[in-house]
Design a protein around this ligand. Structure first.
Ligand SMILES: [Zn+2]
Length: 455
């Protein structure tokens, strides 16, 4: 009898130490679209003519005890809900990882393919539409493929995390102007600029996965800086391409880049007249950010892993418009891609009205996901282009020491400005499909999930 009890106790101890062992696996697959595929990112159609550097879907799978979590970072403009759903379904059926434990994020590369789904602006005809649709249809198989490969490479691992600071690369792109308005991308050296209308988030989130003997497996980087530094017609992952190369030179492992809350941030320094577009600019940013990551690697801390995932669906009210504006919106949207398109902000408003109309009063469904990696470190995923004020609010109120907020993850509901920006107006506020107050609801939902994960 005594023997049986001690055997049982031994078994229980083995199970609990097993539960604390973390395993990690990584993989990447190429997701470069065929030449000629329509490219994303701007309010005018354009097709790719070649490839500067390949796009990837990069996967990191973590397993601890009975919990498995998959993070996929894609070099793509966004991932509409149908693509996320199809990818998660495939991942769940082929690997057993529950859909809710999967975080699929887009880096927001503007030199990648259009991913149809979710907005009327990206509905067009002809061969280009076929290429774009074929790409989107094939994407879940590739994303699930990356997860399967990562799962196949699981090995005992340790996690270390920390944060660097890089305040020189990212800028708030909204400005108080001398006429009292809030300008959006007002142009370099514009004498009417008074001051930025909001903050930046200079934090560089860094998480390292390594073998128990310290060999690097993956570096996870999070930074709030919009990806639109390259331009042109060649496919490119933008600055994360050089970022990954810079880190790999110091530490041979896969780099997964996730975008912080950068809805109102970009790389344009209005105080300098220097042009800031092209591969040289992307390389400058990627190298500087990569150097900060490498510097930070030495100071990362190891704490007890404690993998857990929580998520919630938040209903967000839709932006409102006058029913009389719908006919105007149709006419205006019809000028998109034509020789004489309507002015930019009118196109932005017209497509917003059409997208909101298409929802037939159904609120936007926003998934908020929170993932505890260790007792100090959490990831929060939000499904849109989120104003940096909202990301900062989550970081400030989080009960965890290190909170990384990933935008454009698990869906793509468009811009989510903070309440203040809705009253100030201009591009993001005109474009937002959600109503004022939606961003603050996401913050509350995130804090509720983080509170549940704190123990
Ligand atoms: Zn953008």
């Amino acid at each position: 009898m005594k023997l049986a009890v001690s055997v049982l106790l031994f078994a229980a101890a083995a199970a609990s130490s097993q539960a604390q062992e973390l395993r990690a696996g990584t993989a990447q697959v190429v997701v470069t679209p065929p030449t000629g595929t329509p490219m994303a990112g701007y309010y005018h159609p354009r097709a790719s003519t070649g490839v500067h550097d390949d796009l990837h879907a990069k996967a990191l799978v973590l397993r601890q005890g009975k919990t498995t979590f998959a993070l996929i970072a894609c070099d793509l403009i966004h991932l509409p809900e149908p693509v996320v759903e199809a990818s998660r379904k495939l991942i769940e059926s082929e690997t057993g990882i529950p859909a809710r434990n999967v975080m699929i994020s887009a880096t927001h590369a503007h030199t990648g393919p259009v991913i149809p789904g979710g907005t009327s602006r990206l509905v067009f005809g002809g061969k280009e539409a076929e290429l774009a649709q074929a790409y989107a249809t094939g994407l879940p198989v590739r994303i699930a493929g990356a997860v399967k490969l990562a799962l196949g490479s699981l090995q005992l691992a340790r996690i270390r995390s920390g944060a660097g600071i890089q305040a020189e690369l990212t800028f708030n792109r909204r400005f108080h102007m001398t006429d009292g308005t809030v300008g959006w991308n007002p142009g370099k050296m514009n004498p009417r600029i008074v001051r930025p209308a909001g903050p930046i988030d200079p934090q560089v989130g860094v998480i390292s996965l390594e073998t128990t003997s310290g060999a690097p497996l993956a570096t996870l980087v999070n930074y709030a800086l919009h990806l639109d530094t390259v331009g042109g017609l060649e496919i490119s992952a933008d600055y994360p391409y050089t970022l990954a190369k810079t880190i790999a030179a110091a530490r041979p492992a896969i780099t997964l880049f996730t975008l912080g809350c950068a809805g109102n941030l970009n790389h344009i320094d209005v105080k300098s007249a220097k042009p800031q577009k092209g591969h040289e600019e992307a390389a400058r940013i990627g190298a500087a950010l990569g150097q900060e990551v490498v510097r930070t690697l030495d100071s990362l801390e190891t704490v007890k892993p404690g993998l857990a995932v929580e998520s919630a669906i938040v209903d967000l009210p839709l932006a409102s418009h006058d029913p009389g504006e719908v006919a105007w919106a149709r006419q205006t949207a019809a000028t998109y891609g034509k020789p004489k398109p309507a002015p930019f902000l009118e196109l932005v408003k017209a497509f917003r009205i059409l997208d909101v109309e298409a929802r037939a009063k159904q609120p936007l469904k926003a998934e908020v996901q929170a993932v505890r990696l260790d007792s100090d470190t959490v990831l929060v995923a939000l499904p849109g282009e989120i104003f940096t004020e909202l990301g900062l609010a989550i970081k400030e109120r989080s009960p965890f020491k290190r909170t990384i907020v990933v935008e454009l993850a698990n869906g793509s509901i468009g811009y989510v400005p903070d309440r203040k920006a809705f009253t100030e107006g201009n591009y993001e506020a005109v474009s937002a499909r959600c109503a004022a107050g939606s961003g603050e609801r996401l913050v509350e939902a995130a804090i509720a999930l983080l509170t549940r994960l704190e123990r």
